[in-house]
Design a protein around this ligand. Structure first.
Ligand SMILES: [Zn+2]
Ligand SMILES: [Zn+2]
Length: 250
């Protein structure tokens, strides 16, 4: 993230507010220091995604699964990304933390959500990305939404993942078209809504020939249509391998 980046200014302003009103744990309310947003106990209590789960979209399954299973989300779909790996299962407490980061601008929560997302890099499927130092690419917001929100939650989460993992964070994508809110749309409708919404940035193009792949970073994976549109844009521009990391499975 560049110094003059408006999202950076929003982030710094949020940190300034944290100094004036020291944050308390996002779950239990205990007072915290050092820009933390969750106490250790509450952070440890959020439900991690654990096997068995879909190896493409991270949808968890109940009980023991032997052999091949059909994921209701993926079915026989093809994706431009290899797999999406959420760190956490869907959970009301986590959902609220993400909501408060995005809509209540509780910037300190990005620190916690980023640390949680980074835990998922232990998934052995990220081995090539870690050894090859693939860049983390945040899902971009459209400029108009960035102006309204002052920061991009995915970029803030990626920044923390980058710090924890040592991977570079590269704004390789731009959102070139504003899209309507997607919450009530089906996957097919979302994909149509998002067609042509993303493009590889000038910075992204300079990285393309240097890296074996990228890790897309987003806050929540719901139908996967947003990351799919991003991955399709990266692929079309020449990026070969795309993996996806999110905080939570929506
Ligand atoms: Zn707590
Ligand atoms: Zn799936």
């Amino acid at each position: 993230m560049a110094k003059g980046d408006p999202s950076r200014v929003g982030f710094l302003f949020g940190r300034l507010l944290d100094l004036v009103y020291p944050p308390s744990c996002g779950c239990c309310g205990v007072r915290l220091r050092d820009g933390r947003g969750l106490c250790d106990e509450c952070g440890a209590g959020l439900p991690r995604l654990a096997a068995p789960f879909c190896q493409r979209c991270g949808e968890p399954f109940e009980g023991e699964i032997g052999g091949v299973f059909d994921c209701p989300n993926c079915g026989k779909l093809r994706f431009a990304f290899e797999f999406a790996r959420p760190a956490l299962k869907w959970d009301e407490e986590t959902r609220q933390l993400i909501h408060r980061l995005k809509y209540d601008r509780e910037i300190h929560l990005a620190e916690e959500l980023g640390r949680l997302a980074a835990e998922a890099l232990r998934d052995p499927r990220f081995a090539d990305a870690l050894t090859g130092a693939w860049p983390l690419v945040p899902v971009p917001l459209h400029r108009s939404r960035l102006l309204h929100r002052h920061f991009n939650q995915s970029a803030e989460i990626a920044r923390v993942v980058g710090r924890v993992s040592g991977l570079p964070v590269v704004s390789a994508l731009r959102r070139i078209r504003r899209t309507d809110t997607q919450t009530r749309l089906s996957r097919g409708e979302r994909l149509r809504n998002l067609a042509g919404a993303f493009a590889v940035s000038r910075t992204g193009k300079t990285w393309m020939t240097r890296v074996g792949g990228v890790i897309l970073v987003d806050d929540v994976l719901t139908t996967g249509s947003t990351v799919e549109s991003c991955a399709a844009a990266l692929k079309a521009a020449g990026f070969k391998r795309i993996q996806v990391l999110t905080v939570m499975r929506g």
